[in-house]
Write a protein that binds this ligand. Structure first.
Ligand SMILES: [Zn+2]
Length: 393
């Protein structure tokens, strides 16, 4: 690239969450047999921690963009479509934010599963189950808005937490879990708390480190071995089959990227996510929703201009200049109401039908409509009567 008579060597990188990288590469989703965007490891091999640190970046097992772009290349190892851009697979860097989010998702789900299992035990012993409630209160006391509820199928669901909220949990939850009785099983309590603490240390470390790939690999591997050790204590959720593509990425791909291209923080998508939050907010609160992209750009530009020129917006005073709210609106509604009632009386539905609608309550009118095969959300009596009229029953 030429810039002011100088030639700059530009190297392109893509940093995104794994789903987006899979889409760009034309691969199957995270639940597929070959879900890893960087190598051809299968579901079962993902949890194998005996390989050397750079094993999955070797030519034999690492993915090759030239092959993937070749139209004669047999679509295998999870390849469904041609890649959208011609960029070497090693230039797709995993996003640290999503790495943290998806791994803490697993840790949080395991805590909830533990509390549920303990509550089931309590029910069997005819003791009031309190562990899930205790866990919810503990999570809320960390300063996050967290709730659980049952969906229509009776399964438990909970609030999806943002990156900042997850960091709050990583900061405060371990000490709170340690000081609380119950919530998690005693035989794995110490190990689970340590897992949360160690993950926060590891997360901050991979974001800033300039250590060699092997050193980073050893630290990540140790943490994942601790996860699997809890599985050996018969705690569900910490077993080999819970080894997600993100966990494999943390141990076998993050060391490669951090040692080759510098700390992972440089490729963080946090700024983009923040931008997404702001644009979403503009769309919901400040846009007339005619052209969302244009109004988001215009609003941001206006804010930026005001900020750089030290301009502050004055709130416009709101005055009720017309008597619209007091008279006009009332009049137009009463006219509408009168017209509907006139229409009803002209139609003379009470005489046509053997049913006396005048004495029916709104609920009864709805039931009547339902019996005639009409389900309605209408609430106003006039509208319900008008609907009955239109049915001509
Ligand atoms: Zn891989």
């Amino acid at each position: 690239m030429a810039y002011w008579r100088k030639t700059l060597n530009v190297e392109y990188f893509v940093s995104a969450d794994m789903k987006f990288i899979q889409l760009l590469l034309g691969l199957c989703g995270a639940t597929g047999e070959y879900a890893c965007p960087w190598c051809k490891v299968n579901k079962e091999g993902r949890s194998d921690l005996t390989r050397p640190w750079d094993y999955y970046h070797n030519r034999s097992i690492g993915r090759n963009i030239e092959d993937m772009l070749d139209s004669n290349f047999k679509k295998s190892y999870g390849c469904k479509h041609m890649p959208l851009i011609s960029l070497h697979v090693n230039h797709y860097v995993p996003d640290e934010l999503h790495l943290m989010l998806r791994i803490t998702d697993v840790l949080l789900r395991n805590l909830i599963d533990d509390a549920l299992e303990m509550d089931d035990d309590s029910k069997m012993r005819r003791i009031i189950p309190i562990n899930l409630k205790k866990l919810t209160e503990l999570l809320q006391s960390c300063g996050v808005s967290f709730h659980m509820w049952h969906n229509k199928a009776g399964e438990i669901e909970w609030t999806s937490l943002s990156g900042t909220e997850k960091v709050k949990l990583l900061n405060h939850l371990p000490s709170k879990l340690a000081s609380e009785d119950g919530v998690i099983f005693e035989n794995s309590k110490h190990s689970v708390i340590k897992l949360w603490e160690d993950f926060y240390v590891l997360y901050k470390y991979v974001n800033d480190t300039t250590d060699s790939g092997e050193v980073i690999f050893e630290k990540a591997k140790l943490w994942l071995e601790n996860v699997l050790n809890i599985g050996k204590l018969c705690r569900k959720g910490y077993n080999l089959h819970n080894f997600t593509p993100y966990m494999h990425c943390l141990v076998y791909h993050v060391p490669f990227f951090a040692s080759h291209f510098g700390p992972l923080k440089m490729f963080s998508g946090q700024g983009l996510e923040k931008n997404n939050d702001i644009v979403k907010q503009i769309h919901q609160k400040k846009s007339n929703k005619w052209d969302s992209a244009v109004s988001a750009l215009v609003t941001r530009k206006r804010l930026e201009f005001g900020h750089t020129n030290n301009l502050e917006r004055e709130k416009r005073a709101y005055e009720k200049s017309s008597n619209w709210w007091t008279n006009d609106l009332k009049n137009s509604r009463s006219v509408k109401r009168r017209l509907i009632l006139e229409e009803i009386s002209e139609a003379d539905i009470y005489n046509k039908s053997s049913v006396d609608f005048t004495n029916m309550t709104d609920h009864e009118l709805k039931l009547y409509l339902k019996s005639n095969g009409v389900n309605t959300k209408l609430r106003k009596r006039e509208k319900l009567l008008s609907l009955i009229l239109s049915l001509n029953v």
